[in-house]
Write a protein that binds this ligand. Structure first.
Ligand code: APR
Length: 230
């Protein structure tokens, strides 16, 4: 039973209308990472950070899975072996498409976290500085997003999945942020066939034994069709 592990990045959600980070005019061209995606930035100006995530939360709530997300849901439903998605994305589109084996390395826009007691709860659409924790009542609510300098979630489980994978794919990621950028090399060394599906070659394309370039909504359904018909 072939075990398939798939890393996804912002590129898989681009055709659902959600911006990527490092493409022309991307999120990091509009906002400074240190202002909106670090604990220091949140401590300095929580209102700015909440505005940034409130906007993205509203966009994600409206976003619809595209054919690439739908293809991965078909893969999990129809493939005889296990299919796991390890996503860097926080938009929730894999679950909206129907995938259930999804690990969120960077958290999710629909989650809130208490900076005082680590309690987690479903985030309201709009969060603001001083929002209190429903568990300890501290005014310490923050987006449940993993910021730069913080430890990604589920890493022990993810390394185990990469060791067990027969097939590893990276979809829609520029391969510039670690540890995710090392997954292709790690899975390949552990014996998986590795494939990169992206608009263009990523910076770590050499870690993959196969590459398919083009829009995710075209190349991912084709790739899934090939697996399910093999
Ligand atoms: N189809 C396929 N690939 C696409 C498409 C598309 N329609 N549009 C863009 N891409 C590709 C780009 O070529 C690029 O390689 O998706 C990739 C997006 O790269 P980034 O914007 O860097 O996003 P990502 O790799 O997910 O960033 C990783 O960095 O800032 C942090 O936490 C943030 O999770 C994010 C992490």
């Amino acid at each position: 039973m072939e075990k398939i592990v798939i890393l996804t990045g912002a590129g898989i959600s681009a055709e659902s209308g959600l911006g990527t980070f490092r493409d022309e005019g991307g999120l990091w061209a509009q906002h400074a990472i240190e202002d909106v995606a670090t604990p220091e930035g949140f401590a300095r100006d929580p209102a700015l950070v909440h505005r940034f995530y409130n906007t993205r939360r509203a966009q994600a709530a409206e976003a619809v899975p595209n054919p690439a997300h739908a293809a991965l849901a078909r893969l999990e439903a129809q493939h005889s072996g296990e299919v796991w998605i390890v996503t860097q994305n926080v938009d929730g589109l894999h679950e909206k498409a129907g995938n259930s084996n999804v690990l969120h390395m960077h958290g999710a826009l629909d989650g809130a976290l208490c900076a005082a007691c680590d309690h987690r709860w479903p985030a309201p659409l709009v969060m603001a500085p001083g929002d209190s924790c429903p568990s300890c009542a501290a005014p310490a609510a923050r987006p449940d997003i993993v910021w730069f300098g913080e430890v990604p979630y589920h890493m022990e489980r993810i390394w185990q999945l990469l060791d067990e994978a027969d097939l590893f794919a990276a979809i829609g990621t520029s391969g510039q942020v670690y540890p995710a950028a090392a997954f292709g090399q790690h899975a390949g060394r552990a014996g998986a066939h590795t494939v990169e599906l992206n608009m263009e070659a990523s910076v770590n394309a050499r870690d993959f034994s196969e590459a398919r370039h083009g829009p995710a909504s075209v190349i991912v359904p084709e790739w899934v069709k090939g697996i399910l018909s093999s």
